[in-house]
Design a protein around this ligand. Structure first.
Ligand code: GLV
Length: 439
């Protein structure tokens, strides 16, 4: 295995500045790893160069000023079942709402007459330099928000200088994403019962030059999202009159989707044995995911992977201490965007006590509820070293493909920068609790 893992970039931690291996090297390595012809992909230009159409899209996107604006556009462009998949939480959606509401309740201190010149948002996450401490979260079925969605998202993140995390449950495969990017991305792992498949998946992430493995701990069984059941969610969509209508009323989405061959779970199809029902997420996870996942398995995965490891889904101090004991590089304080245990506390409300418990032993990141650069700043103030955006990324993607993702990142960057300045700070790495008005 090769690529970003043993390059100078890894040793210096400056992954963002050093190109990974060339696609041809990666493809060779994939070949050595025994991958089939079907999974070697060309480095296609996934968002075609129709210049007048692109100029129009950029003009239109520039009028989106908030993530909520992008969300409204995504709702108009993406078939209901897929838009709802992104915009849903488990059961009552109480935790999903709390993630956002608890950010809104945090107040900032306004400071004046402080030199605001020469501000910097650059920072590091797990030793990788980032243009701002905001990574793209792993999100399932991203290639159903927009054709080739994961490839477009990864390219936008790469150009912007922030990490992109590819989900196991992605539509584009690890190899697809590697074929259109030059720098290492991160790969999120779900652990299946079939350990040969897991081993193979880890091998594919290594072959693709991924620079971190993000192991999700909070989804061994799927939380129930009522909208998905009511919508009859599947990838690709079923052809009932209801689903056909949802697609027919989103003609641009449908046209773009007809232009790609990537319409099912690219990391799974052709790789996993005995996956009988990929179309329903709940039956698929019930059948394939390992409900016995334990801390011993985390140790096994850490050994198998051998690189930077991030543990995602920690919402409890006791679990945080166990996670730190594994020797992983970071944890993500997360309740899976309110999609798993409804009734759990918001991520941001749990952050301070988790930082108190393990902040001196392991890097602490946060996801869940971030809808603006202000939220990013608040998370940093409460001790997070890095943050992740899931829904803002998906809304940008749904609203305008790669350019939409770039727009989402720009919105967050501007909000983060201006808020930091008005709080009297110039360097994002110096943000601490003293910027908060704690009453
Ligand atoms: C997958 O990660 C999901 O939350 O649906």
């Amino acid at each position: 295995m090769q690529a970003g893992r043993s390059t100078p970039s890894r040793r210096t931690g400056e992954v963002a500045t050093v190109p990974r291996s060339r696609p041809s090297d990666r493809l060779r390595s994939a070949e050595e790893g025994g991958l089939s012809e079907a999974h070697r992909v060309e480095a296609v230009d996934v968002q075609s160069a129709n210049q007048p159409a692109r100029a129009k899209r950029l003009r239109s996107l520039s009028t989106a000023l908030t993530i909520a604006d992008l969300k409204a556009r995504a709702r108009r462009r993406v078939p209901k079942m897929f838009f709802d998949y992104a915009d849903s939480g488990a059961w009552t959606e109480g935790t999903y709402r709390a993630n956002e509401a608890d950010f809104a309740a945090i107040k900032l201190r306004q400071r004046v007459l402080v030199d605001m010149t020469g501000r910097s948002l650059q920072s590091e996450m797990i030793g990788e330099r980032v243009a701002m401490p905001v990574a793209i979260a792993p999100t399932g079925m991203t290639g159903m928000q927009h054709a080739d969605g994961e490839m477009l998202g990864a390219r936008a993140a790469e150009a912007f200088g922030v990490p992109f995390t590819l989900s196991t449950m992605s539509i584009c495969s690890i190899e697809d994403v590697a074929s259109v990017t030059k720098r290492p991305f991160w790969f999120q792992l779900y652990v299946m019962r079939d350990r040969d498949f897991v081993r193979n998946l880890i091998g594919r992430a290594k072959a693709a030059g991924c620079s971190a493995l993000v192991l999700t701990l909070d989804l061994q069984i799927l939380g129930q999202r009522h909208k998905d059941l009511r919508n009859g969610l599947s990838a690709p969509p079923k052809w009932t009159p209801k689903h056909a209508w949802q697609v027919a009323t989103r003609p641009l989405w449908a046209m773009e989707m007809l232009g790609t061959k990537r319409r099912s779970f690219g990391n799974i199809v052709g790789h996993a044995k005995n996956v009988s029902d990929l179309s329903s997420l709940s039956s698929w996870t019930a059948e394939q995911f390992d409900p016995k996942l334990s801390w011993d398995d985390v140790a096994w995965i850490k050994r198998e992977w051998g690189g930077k490891l991030i543990l995602k889904g920690i919402l409890d101090s006791e679990d945080a201490r166990a996670a730190a004991d594994t020797g992983a590089d970071a944890i993500i304080v997360s309740n899976h965007g309110g999609r798993q245990l409804d009734g759990a506390r918001s991520s941001i409300s749990m952050l301070p006590r988790i930082v108190d418990a393990v902040g001196d032993r392991i890097e602490v990141h946060l996801d869940g509820g971030i809808r603006s650069g202000q939220d990013v700043l608040k998370a940093l103030a409460l001790g997070a070293k890095g943050t992740y955006i899931g829904r803002p990324f998906l809304y940008g993607l749904g609203a305008g493909g790669q350019d939409g993702v770039t727009r989402a990142l720009e919105i967050i960057r501007t909000e983060l920068d201006v808020t930091m300045a008005l709080c009297g700070r110039r360097d994002v790495r110096d943000i601490d609790r003293s910027i908060l008005d704690e009453g």
